[in-house]
Ligand binder design. Structure first.
Ligand code: AKG
Ligand code: FE2
Length: 200
């Protein structure tokens, strides 16, 4: 949906305006979120925007049918997101879980609430999450993933120099979005984190 949103006619006529409007609002919210994250890190408020964290936005619209045998299946396998951060809107069915100290913890639905997941490219603590199958449903969720967009981007991403010190040493190698994405998809959602391959 950013930087080059598809033309309106590329959407089905029944859902043309809403995703476009929604993504515009999410983009604005993303700008604010990365401003706040920059400030929280002690950086200039436009730092993360300047390096391209909010340039691209992909909207993933998920549909999980009601499952007759939820114990035998999984909605969406364990992964962390291939982006800087994700803003997620889930409906009242539930099923989203995050891995916290090696335990799966429910992320309950909260009316009007948005879930924010830190992605791999912030090279910090990207959150591992999954969606369990439910016998009730369908469940619908909309993930707005902030990255540098889908076109090739030669920019190199790595530890933010202003934040590196003796007490806060480098943890990850530098990489490009393209190289990271290639490794991510090569591995697939096998439950391990692509970030581990980039540890120094
Ligand atoms: O459906 C959900 O709640 C999660 C979706 C998700 O993890 C993703 O799009 O990366
Ligand atoms: Fe995800």
């Amino acid at each position: 949906m950013a930087p080059d949103p598809p033309a309106l006619v590329e959407f089905s006529a029944c859902c043309r305006e809403i995703p476009t409007e929604y993504s515009k609002e999410m983009k604005k919210f993303g700008d604010l979120l990365f401003q706040l994250l920059s400030e929280a890190l002690g950086l200039r408020s436009d730092h993360l925007r300047e390096i391209g964290c909010v340039e691209g936005m992909v909207m993933g619209c998920h549909y999980y049918p009601a499952c007759p045998q939820p114990k035998l299946t999984i909605g969406l396998g364990k992964h962390s997101d291939l982006d800087f951060a994700t803003i997620l809107l889930q409906d009242h069915i539930g099923g989203l879980e995050v891995l916290h100290w090696n335990q799966w913890v429910d992320v309950p639905y909260s009316f009007g609430g948005l879930v924010i997941n830190i992605g791999d490219l912030l090279q910090y603590i990207s959150v591992e999450h999954r969606v369990v199958a439910k016998s009730v449903g369908p469940r619908v969720s909309i993930a707005s993933l902030f990255g540098t967009g889908l076109s090739p981007n030669p920019k190199i991403y790595g530890p933010i120099k202003e934040l590196v010190s003796e007490d806060n040493p480098l943890i990850y190698k530098e990489t490009t979005m393209q190289n990271y994405g290639a490794r991510y998809f090569e591995k697939g959602l096998d439950g391990s984190s692509t970030l581990l391959q980039f540890k120094l």
